[in-house]
Write a protein that binds this ligand. Structure first.
Ligand code: PLP
Length: 407
């Protein structure tokens, strides 16, 4: 029989096997009668605010009443104009930077937003263009950049997970198309300060002139509402006009499976109005080639609900704090979380490597699952990521397991 797969497909599948294996491992543990404590994935466990369901019910009733003229037809690929208008107004007020509805593309979550912006910058017209990623990075960036024929260029953060300015500056070449920043960061939980972003903006502006090419800053911000006391979200939009702001309602409303988010380009994006419009049209074309449009029902709900609505952030903060308290009592070191769902912790010294730590974590009737640090950059082999998005009960069980380290 002729094979349907080839070597490249096999390599791609093998490269993504690590994280998929964790899903499968949790299922295997359950089938063995064990009770896995799963802190591996960041699936939001807090349900949406009641306003979300009120909007859903109201919209369902309106749609049923409209059945005479079918409200379920095709729509503009960038999404419903009234929803994009709402998003533009919200962003303009929130960031004090001008947006218009044209510069907003409703997407199937942040992943789709990242994909269309990166596709616009690279694609078949510009293969091999470089996208700078700051490690530790969200692992999907690598796949999205490669799927769009680009080259990920990895720069490691400073010890405190701050932006590595020197590394960024020396990584920029005439092929650099963009840099992706993610704050609050998955996995380090670091929130970049306004001062850091201003410095980054100065570097990008200077380097864009030097290489005669506008370097775009892709700001991936799905955790921007999940902030710990004393930390506030700062955006590159304030400092750098060529910022593509990507956001998602996955975490803010706890609706990751519903796939809704947006890509937003401020009015100042690009060299002039024509340059910006070409970029926007490119994004729309990429929507046609990918998901055609973001889920219609979710767009309508967001249009009704607005963007202020959010799950109770203090609950996530309490869960992450409970987790860090357990790590502290177990004698483990971790990056102090400033925002988002995750805790990035160092493997305790008594284990010689992650395999040895995993042998301990997966032992017994309550195996503990986490994501190994290497998933976020090869230099993090001594680290693990634990998710505070799990239920309080799961986090308490994890705490009890971790305390065994002291015994
Ligand atoms: N970016 C980061 C940093 C994430 O952690 C995630 C999801 O975990 C995403 C993007 C994808 O979000 P979405 O569900 O909106 O596609």
């Amino acid at each position: 029989m002729r094979r349907v797969s080839n070597t490249i497909l096999r390599q791609e599948v093998d490269a993504s096997a690590g994280i998929r294996a964790l899903f499968e491992q949790a299922i295997r543990f359950k089938s063995e009668g064990k009770n896995p404590i799963d802190l591996s994935i960041g699936s939001p466990s807090i349900p949406p605010p009641t306003g979300y369901y009120e909007a859903l019910i109201q919209i369902a009733a309106t749609l049923r009443d409209e059945q005479g003229n079918n409200p379920h037809g095709y729509m503009p690929n960038a999404g419903y104009l009234h929803v994009r208008g709402m998003v533009a107004n919200y962003l303009s007020k929130h960031f004090n930077v001008q947006f218009d509805a044209r510069g907003i593309v409703m997407t199937a979550g942040a992943t789709n937003g990242l994909d269309i912006v990166i596709g616009n910058l690279i694609g078949t017209r510009n293969p091999g263009a470089e996208i700078i990623l700051i490690a530790p990075y969200f692992p999907a960036y690598i796949g999205i950049v490669k799927a769009n024929f680009g080259k990920p260029v990895i720069v490691y953060s400073g010890e405190d997970f701050s932006l590595p300015f020197e590394g960024i500056e020396s990584a920029i070449t005439p092929n650099t198309a963009a840099i992706i920043i993610n704050s609050p960061n998955n996995p380090s939980a670091r929130v970049y300060t306004a001062g850091e972003l201003r410095t980054l903006s100065d570097i990008l502006a200077r380097k864009s002139e030097e290489i005669s090419r506008a370097i775009v800053c892709i700001e991936d911000a799905p955790y921007s509402r999940i902030l710990f006391p004393g930390h506030e979200y700062s955006s590159m939009l304030r400092f750098y006009p060529n910022t593509a702001h990507i956001d998602s309602l996955s975490k803010q409303l706890g609706i990751a499976g519903e796939r809704i988010g947006f890509a937003a380009l401020p009015c100042q994006f690009g060299a002039d109005a024509d340059d910006r419009q070409i970029f926007i049209n490119g994004l729309t074309n990429r929507m046609i080639e990918t998901v055609v449009n973001a889920p219609a029902l979710q767009q309508r709900i967001i249009g009704e609900l607005g963007l202020e609505s959010c799950v109770p952030v203090e609950e996530y903060v309490a869960r992450v704090q409970r987790l860090t308290e357990s790590l502290r009592r177990a004698g483990m070191h971790y990056a102090e979380p400033q925002g988002g769902f995750f805790v990035f912790a160092e493997i305790p010294e008594q284990f010689c490597d992650e395999a040895e730590f995993r042998a301990w974590a997966w032992s017994g009737n309550e195996p503990l699952l986490y994501v190994p640090g290497v998933a976020f950059g090869s230099e993090y082999s001594g680290w693990i990521r634990l998710s505070g998005a799990a239920s309080t009960e799961t986090i308490n069980c994890a705490g009890e397991r971790l305390l065994e380290l002291n015994q």
